[in-house]
Design a binder for this molecule. Structure first.
Ligand code: DAH
Length: 440
């Protein structure tokens, strides 16, 4: 049990910024997928729209019942979920593509987005262009290559990212749109959208969440009279802008900057605020790599960029204890929020008892926790609250055993024993058949 507690605490929020580490933390799985797109492939489908459009026209597609629309693009289930080894997208993820929580004015995510927009509109005289309806289906080139993510970076792995096919993914960050928007000539803009990452399960991690990206480009005129070089000027402006944003959202909070690494910025920083007796990592940012500017026709300019996770901020601002609640359609949740009301504290309507089930198995080399969590979510959906490794040992023969504790809990009702037992049997069955492990 001690292991479970320590594990739970250390993962809280720690994965919100995927690109903090030069090569990431986790090892690659045994799935083999190209980690970088070929230039030919990249240029033939250089935008999210053309990629989805092309998918739509493909002849092999059988008529499907389920079609949704994003930014004027129709997306059918078969465009996203396919029974092929290079596709790792489950139905539960497809259903999220049309939801767009960030475009609902009465939803905490939409309310927070609007509050950030208000800050930029009033501080910069409406000069920031806003994009919040870009299709989340993007090319590998857009998601990784265009923002200089190294070819061997862990975030490109099949274990961490949702692939439609070897060249097309569900964006794992809003940075996927930076290069394209810069190339179109925009000099200051915000991109908000749903992003997708394969991940573990606990109260702060969900495979779909929302980010906002900001970019501001300067020309020599802007910094020359300041006596500073372009990068120093941009870094100072960036920090001023984001400190103002943090005060706008949180009031007079204590803040600190730390140096970090992102592939797309140099120098790179993180902003932390002191909130409820803890230092909370709020966002990642930095001075944009010159290579990105050069490729987008901005050779003589410098720029800054930032990216922030909306759920993390909304959980703190609205006191929302579990990330699954953002997806709840229960009126007892949805009725508590209204347009323009940032920071109204959520009143939990009830807390139902959790039910714990443990499961032990001998793992194989290809086993990953993300794959396990995907199987469990596929069966239990949002009834699973946490999946936690509580025991791990290797025997004399070199076989490794893992014991996971699954916490089932609905946020809306009490679950019956029968219901949980049925779920757990299905989980056991599928874990064994799909993950190549041996139950103990
Ligand atoms: N894309 C980063 C992530 O998801 C967040 C980020 C960091 C975006 C720094 C930026 C940036 O634009 O400059 O982890």
């Amino acid at each position: 049990m001690a292991v479970a507690v320590a594990f739970g605490q250390s993962t809280a929020f720690s994965k919100a910024l995927l690109f903090l580490h030069r090569n990431g933390r986790r090892s690659f799985t045994s799935f083999s997928l190209p980690y970088s797109s070929s230039p030919a492939a990249a240029s033939s489908s250089s935008s999210a729209f053309s990629s989805a459009d092309k998918l739509r026209r493909q002849k092999w597609r059988v008529p499907v019942a389920s079609v949704l629309e994003r930014g004027g693009v129709k997306i059918a289930r078969d465009d996203v979920v396919r029974d092929e080894p290079s596709n790792n997208i489950p139905d539960t993820i497809f259903t999220k593509l049309g939801q767009q929580l960030h475009r609902r004015d009465q939803h905490p995510i939409g309310i927070l987005k609007n509050a950030i927009f208000d800050y930029f509109d009033s501080s910069y005289e409406n000069k920031f262009d806003k994009f919040d309806d870009l299709c989340p289906i993007v090319t590998v080139k857009q998601n990784f290559d265009d923002v200089l993510v190294p070819a061997d970076h862990v975030s490109r792995s099949y274990n961490d990212t949702y692939y439609i096919d070897p060249r097309t993914v569900l964006r794992c960050h809003t940075s996927a749109h930076q290069a394209e928007i810069l190339s179109k000539g925009h000099k200051q803009f915000l991109v908000t959208g749903d992003v997708y990452r394969r991940d573990s399960i606990d109260s702060t991690h969900y495979p779909v969440f929302h980010q906002m990206e900001g970019v501001r480009v300067f020309s020599p005129n802007d910094w020359e009279s300041s006596g500073k070089d372009g990068a120093a000027y941009a870094a100072e402006d960036l920090k001023k802008c984001l400190e103002g944003l943090a005060r706008h959202l949180f009031g007079a909070v204590e803040m600190r900057w730390t140096d970090t690494y992102f592939p797309f910025t140099d120098p790179s920083f993180e902003l932390e605020i002191y909130f409820q007796e803890k230092w909370l990592e709020v966002l990642g940012c930095g001075v944009t790599e010159q290579e990105i500017l050069k490729r987008s026709g901005n050779s003589n300019n410098v720029a800054w960029a930032f990216g922030l996770g909306l759920e993390r901020l909304a959980m703190v601002l609205f006191d929302i204890p579990d990330i699954r609640l953002f997806w709840s359609t229960d009126e007892r949740f949805t009725s508590q929020f209204s347009k323009g009301q940032l920071g109204v504290k959520f009143k939990p309507f009830s807390k139902f008892p959790p039910c714990y089930k443990d499961m032990s198995f001998w793992i194989s080399e290809s086993f990953t926790e993300n794959n396990l969590c995907e199987v469990i979510r596929g069966i239990a959906g949002d009834l699973v609250e946490e999946v936690c490794l509580i025991d791990n040992f290797t025997n004399k023969k070199g076989m490794t055993s893992h014991c996971y504790r699954i916490a089932y809990r609905s946020m809306e009702r009490s679950l019956t024993d029968d219901e949980i037992n049925e779920l757990q049997w299905k989980v056991r069955e599928q874990v064994e058949s799909k993950l190549n492990v041996v139950l103990r």
